[in-house]
Design a protein around this ligand. Structure first.
Ligand code: FES
Length: 118
């Protein structure tokens, strides 16, 4: 498959997300129901993961789009407190230590964050 074959779905504008902030949005994958995503802006880049905790499969936010962070800036699951570093989405403390959030490929293109489908 070439880059020309890839399909990109817009998620939000980059300027809607403050640098260093987390937010939640939804995306559809291959005709399935919409799935919740966690987005993290880092400068001009954005990382994304499924908003599904590897511990018990629950959302990590305590209210839609409202995420907990610890003093080190790590993401804390609101359900049972699993703590995730935000480089690779790996759980570094709590009930699923060593597990990781599922990465979702996104790109920033002309100021728009897009889901990358290959
Ligand atoms: S569901 Fe996230 S820590 Fe249990």
């Amino acid at each position: 498959m070439t880059a020309a074959d890839e399909q990109h779905d817009a998620l939000l504008r980059l300027d809607q997300l403050e640098d260093g902030a987390l937010c939640e949005t939804e995306a559809r994958f291959e005709g399935n129901d919409a799935e919740s995503l966690i987005l993290l802006r880092e400068g001009d880049d954005v990382r994304a993961w499924l908003n599904v905790c590897p511990h018990a499969g629950r959302r990590l936010d305590w209210a839609p789009g409202r995420f907990l962070k610890d003093k080190q800036g790590r993401l804390v699951c609101a359900v049972h407190g699993a703590t995730f570093e935000l480089e690779r989405g790996e759980c570094v403390a709590g009930p699923c230590r060593g597990a990781a959030l599922r990465t979702v490929p996104v790109v920033v293109d002309a100021g728009v964050v897009r889901l990358l489908r290959t």
